[in-house]
Design a binder for this molecule. Structure first.
Ligand SMILES: NC(=O)c1ccc[n+]([C@@H]2O[C@H](COP(=O)([O-])OP(=O)(O)OC[C@H]3O[C@@H](n4cnc5c(N)ncnc54)[C@H](O)[C@@H]3O)[C@@H](O)[C@H]2O)c1
Length: 378
């Protein structure tokens, strides 16, 4: 049994949405131990949370800079090896940058940074660092998303014609109509979230899903946002027309004011031979659509699935696995990479995915602000 990887956590306190997903994921394959953390900006709160989790408080630091300063004094064998950034968006870049500069591997929440420029700077730094870096586009960890990618790569759909990805939520609906409530949400504050709310928070997942599953790159886009109120500076809904390769077109639709929607990420890909449909709220069913045959349903854990898909399934077929497992699969891939073990392409999202994401987000804003014109991606 190899030694556990020493994991540091930044953000993800007891008050957070995403922290529990990362902690469960990190422990899922017994590869990591939480060695140190700054769970909250308030040190007392951070210490209290560590006690609740049963983690030693010795390495619960008052802030991120102290974590770096103290950890780098330790012998390498004792030091935190990888830090997981689970804070609001504006802290991702300064934290990831300093972590890479000081020799840590990085697991970073999306969007990777708040600007495309920062993302490219991070990419250059990462190239020189030789460290493992992932951006947690969680949905790529689902076995049936991986299966879709592998079957498309093997030609199951033939030439792709059209892609339709949507990510619909409704949670901002009760907040957006009240100015005071609006001011209390960091996702609607450009200083904390970056230039976009809806596309930066969830559209970017849909974008990543399109490129991850099709293996194609989006070349240009045209975006139309809805801000709902004139005095709201952050998009809460948007529709993006996309052009990929020749004659491959599609649409990415995202909304945070789609009343009654929960976490409605779904993707449909139509090709000359067949189509695929997958929905996040029913993640264990992958539908193969045909013009000539009944719909075929692929499910996880069966021997007919690809190696990449089966690698992300722990239990025999028929035992539903979900979002915790998807994130666990990403942590598992990162653990293999840190240990220098063999892993498959697609086991965790890369720096390239992070950079592409910011290229996408900025292009959507540029398109909308220029009067809904076509904007090229790099
Ligand atoms: N991968 C996904 O599917 C997914 C889902 C939800 C959120 N996210 C991303 O995760 C990140 C966090 O989102 P959330 O919804 O959990 O936010 P949140 O506001 O619920 O939690 C943020 C946490 O960070 C802590 N924090 C804030 N400033 C800090 C600092 N200076 N040092 C240490 N900790 C600090 C807060 O105390 C809190 O515990 C965001 O970037 C978001 O985009 C990703």
């Amino acid at each position: 049994m190899p030694e556990k990887i020493k994991l540091g956590i930044l953000g993800g306190g007891g008050d957070s949405l995403i922290g529990v997903l990362h902690r469960v994921a990190a422990h899922m394959y017994d590869s990591y131990e939480i060695t140190g953390a700054v769970f909250n900006p308030d040190h007392a709160q951070s210490l209290e949370f560590a006690r609740e989790l049963g983690i030693s408080t010795d390495r619960i630091y008052p802030d991120f800079d102290t974590l770096i300063a103290e950890e780098t004094k330790l012998p390498e064998s004792e030091r935190i090896q990888v830090c997981s950034i689970q804070t609001p968006n504006f802290l991702h870049y300064p934290m990831a940058k300093k972590l890479l500069e000081n020799g840590f591997h990085v697991i970073c929440e999306k969007p990777m940074t708040t600007t495309y420029e920062e993302a490219k700077t991070l990419r250059d730094l990462h190239e020189k660092s030789g460290k493992v870096f992932t951006v947690t586009h969680t949905y790529t960890g689902y076995p049936m998303v991986r299966q879709m990618r592998e079957m498309i790569k093997a030609g199951a759909l033939g030439k792709i014609h059209k892609v339709d990805a949507r990510y619909y939520q409704g949670w901002i609906n009760p907040i957006i109509h009240d100015k005071e409530k609006r001011n209390s949400v960091w996702r609607l504050d450009p200083k904390k979230a970056g230039i976009s709310s809806c596309m930066g928070d969830i559209g970017v997942h849909a974008f990543n899903m399109v490129e991850f599953t099709t293996g194609l790159k989006i070349k240009s886009l045209l975006c139309d946002f809805n801000y709902l109120y004139d005095d709201n500076v952050m998009d809460v809904d948007g529709t993006v027309l996309i052009r990929m390769d020749d004659h491959v077109k599609g649409v990415i639709r995202a909304s945070q004011v789609a009343t009654g929607e929960e976490n409605g990420l779904a993707i449909t890909i139509y090709g000359e031979k067949a189509g695929f449909r997958w929905e996040q709220e029913r993640p264990n069913f992958l539908y193969l659509l045909s013009d000539t045959e009944p719909v075929r349903v692929y499910k996880p854990g069966h021997a007919y699935n690809s190696e990449l898909s089966l690698d992300g399934t722990k239990l025999p077929a028929g035992h539903p696995e979900g979002i915790f497992d998807a994130m666990g699969n990403i942590y598992r891939g990162v653990a293999k990479a840190i240990r220098g073990q063999k892993y498959n392409d697609g086991e965790f999202p890369t720096m390239t995915d992070g950079v592409r994401g910011l290229n996408f987000v900025e292009a959507t804003v540029a398109s909308h602000k220029s009067g809904n014109t076509w904007v090229d991606l790099d």
